[in-house]
Design a protein around this ligand. Structure first.
Ligand code: XMP
Length: 513
C-alpha cells in the first residue's frame, strides 16, 4: 500500500482520488501520526508528501521523519511536500516575494528527463495548477531539473538513483489535466499493479455496516441528494428492515423535491420512511439570521434534533447514517488539531453535538462524488437520479445570501426551476456538474410594460467539476443566457434582473455561502 503524508492541503484527498482511479490502495495520515514506529508498521511501498498551508521557513514547520527518505521506496513531494523534501535533503527554500504563483501555469520540458514524466508532455509543455508562495531556490544534491515554469524554475525535479521526485504544482487537481499520468508513472515506478475496485468497495462496505450495526436499528437522514440516497440504498442492502429513513423537509428544498423523494423511496424501494414536515421549525429558527456560518450551524443542529426526536420513537435505534463524503470531511476538519483551515462548516460534520445519543454510520466517508455515483449505479439506482446535480444539506439557505424569508425562498424555487428546465431543454444538464440560482439580497429598478418594477436580482451559477474541490464556470452561449434571463424575468414574479456568476473555484466556492 501507498502512504500519503498529509500536511493539511485542501486537496490532499484528491491525491487519494487519483490513486484510486488507478486502482491503487492508499491511506492518508496526518504528519503528526507518521512516526518511525508508524512507518515500520505501515511498511509503505511508496510515499507521497502532500501540499500544505505552512511555510518550511517557519519555526516548527511540519516535517516528515527523516526515516521516510531511508526506507528505500519511491517518494513524491508535492508543493509543500516538495519544499520540505528539498530542505531536509540539503537544498534551500526561499520565501515568495514576487515568485508566488496561483492558478494556471505551463511547465516546459527541460533537457534532463525522468520516468515520472513519461508520455506527459504534449507539444513540449503542459498545463498545471500552481498554488505556492515559497519556492525552491537550490536543489538538494542528486536532484536534476526535468521541467520548469516561469514562476518555478524547479517545477519538476528528480533524483532518479534514489527514486525521489518533487513537483511544485498540484498534479492531483482537475486543472492539471494530465496530472493522472504523473501518478500513473509514479505508482508504476513503485511496482503497484492496480487491483482495488468499486465492486470490492461495495462488498467491503456492506460487510463493515453489518459488523458495525449488529442487530441495532439505524436511522438515515435522507436529504434528497445523491449522497444520502446512495448511502440509504447501500445500508438498506446491508441490513434491510433495520433501517428507517427520515426525510426532513426543512422548507429549504427545491420545487417538487419532497414529493419526488418520498415517492421514490417509499413506493419504489419499499423503505420505511418518515416524512418530517419541519418547515416552520427551521424557518422560524433561521428568522433574522444572515451570517452563513450561523445558518449552517443552526440548520445542522436542528437536523440532529429532529433526527433524535424521531430516533426516540424507534426501538433499538442506536445509529444515525449520513452520506458524508471525503470532501465534506477535508474542508471542515482535515484531522483533529490538523493544519487545514476551515472554509465552511458542512452541516453533516460541523453541526454534530459532541454528546449525541446516536453513533454515526458514514459508509461514503472515503468516497468522492463520482465514486458515489459509480457506487449508486453498482447498486441499481435509476440513472436520472444518480445523475442529479449535488444539493447541499443546508439547501436553499446558502443560496439566499442575507436574511432568509419565505417570500425569497418561493421566488428562488421558481427561478431555479425555470433555469434547470432551460438547461435540460438545451441538453446541457449532464455536461454541467452543478447549476442553481442564488437570490441576491438587493432589489433593483426595472421597467416592465409601462410600469416601474423594484424587485430582486438573482445570479445563475453553473460549474464544471469532477469532485467539487475545484471548478470552472460553465461557458454558456450568450443566446442561452439571454433566453434564460428573459424566461426568468417573465415567468417569475419578484425578479427583474439576472446575472451570471463567472467565478472559478478557487478562488470562489461553488455555493455562495
Ligand atoms: P463549495 O460551496 O464548498 O461546495 O464549493 C462544494 C460542494 O459541496 C456542496 N456543499 C455541501 N454539501 N452539506 C453538503 O452536503 C453542506 O453543508 C454543503 N456545503 C456545500 C456544494 O453544493 C458543492 O456541490
Amino acid at each position: 500500500k501507498l502512504l500519503i503524508v498529509d500536511f493539511g492541503s485542501q486537496v490532499t484527498q484528491l491525491i487519494a482520488r487519483r490513486l484510486r482511479e488507478l486502482n491503487v490502495y492508499c491511506e492518508i495520515h496526518p504528519f503528526q501520526a507518521v512516526t518511525d514506529a508508524f512507518l515500520d508498521e505501515f511498511a509503505p511501498l511508496a510515499v507521497i508528501l502532500s501540499g500544505g498551508p505552512a511555510s518550511v521557513r517557519d519555526e516548527g514547520a511540519p516535517r516528515p521523519p527523516a526515516k521516510v527518505f531511508e526506507l528505500g521506496v519511491p517518494v513524491l513531494g508535492i508543493c509543500y511536500g516538495q519544499q520540505v523534501m528539498m530542505q531536509m535533503l540539503g537544498g534551500h527554500v526561499e520565501r515568495g516575494h514576487g515568485t508566488a504563483e496561483f492558478g494556471r501555469a505551463y511547465v516546459t520540458k527541460a533537457d534532463e528527463q525522468t520516468k515520472l514524466l513519461d508520455g506527459w508532455f504534449t507539444e513540449g509543455r503542459e498545463q498545471v495548477w500552481m498554488s505556492h508562495g515559497d519556492h525552491v531556490a537550490r536543489l538538494a544534491p542528486g536532484f536534476e531539473v526535468c521541467g520548469t515554469s516561469p514562476g518555478a524554475p524547479f517545477a519538476v525535479t528528480a533524483d532518479t538513483d534514489r527514486n525521489f521526485y518533487a513537483v511544485q504544482f498540484h498534479p492531483e487537481v482537475h486543472h492539471t489535466p494530465n496530472g493522472k499520468r504523473l501518478y500513473q508513472n509514479f505508482v508504476r515506478i513503485a511496482g503497484f499493479t492496480g487491483d482495488w475496485t468499486m465492486e470490492a468497495y461495495r462488498d467491503q462496505a456492506i460487510a463493515a455496516i453489518r459488523e458495525q450495526v449488529g442487530d441495532a436499528h439505524v436511522i438515515c437522514g435522507l436529504s434528497g441528494g445523491v449522497d444520502s440516497s446512495v448511502a440509504a440504498v447501500l445500508i438498506h442492502e446491508a441490513i434491510g428492515d433495520q433501517l428507517t429513513c427520515v426525510f426532513v423537509d426543512h422548507g429549504l428544498l427545491r420545487k417538487g423535491e419532497a414529493e419526488e423523494v418520498v415517492t421514490m423511496f417509499r413506493d419504489h424501494y419499499n423503505m420505511a420512511l418518515i416524512h418530517a414536515d419541519e418547515r416552520d421549525l427551521f424557518l422560524g429558527q433561521l428568522d433574522g439570521v444572515s451570517d452563513p456560518e450561523q445558518k449552517r450551524k443552526t440548520i445542522g443542529k436542528l437536523f440532529i434534533d429532529v433526527f433524535q426526536k424521531h430516533a426516540d420513537t424507534i426501538p433499538n435505534a442506536k445509529f444515525l447514517a449520513q452520506g458524508t463524503l471525503y470532501p465534506d470531511v477535508i474542508e471542515s476538519v482535515s484531522f483533529a488539531g490538523g493544519p487545514s483551515v476551515t472554509i465552511k462548516s458542512h452541516h453533516n460534520v460541523g453541526g454534530l453535538p459532541e454528546k449525541m445519543g446516536l453513533k454515526l454510520v458514514e459508509p461514503l466517508r472515503e468516497l468522492f462524488k463520482d465514486e458515489v455515483r459509480a457506487l449508486g449505479a453498482e447498486l441499481g439506482l435509476p440513472k436520472h437520479f444518480i445523475g442529479r446535480h449535488p444539493f447541499p444539506g443546508p439547501g436553499l439557505a446558502i443560496r439566499c445570501p442575507g436574511e432568509i424569508t419565505r417570500e425569497k425562498l418561493e421566488i428562488l424555487r421558481e427561478a431555479d426551476a425555470v433555469y434547470i428546465d432551460q438547461i435540460r431543454k438545451h441538453g446541457l444538464y449532464d455536461e454541467i456538474w452543478q447549476a442553481f440560482v442564488a437570490i441576491l439580497p438587493v432589489r433593483t429598478v426595472g421597467v416592465m410594460g409601462d410600469g416601474r418594477t423594484y424587485d430582486f436580482a438573482c445570479a445563475l451559477r453553473a460549474v464544471t467539476s469532477v469532485d467539487g474541490m475545484t471548478a470552472d464556470y460553465y461557458p454558456f452561449s450568450h443566446d442561452f443566457l439571454g433566453e434564460t434571463a428573459t424566461r426568468i424575468i417573465n415567468e417569475v414574479p419578484g425578479i427583474n434582473r439576472v446575472t451570471y456568476d463567472i467565478t472559478s473555484k478557487p478562488p470562489g466556492t461553488i455555493e455562495w455561502e
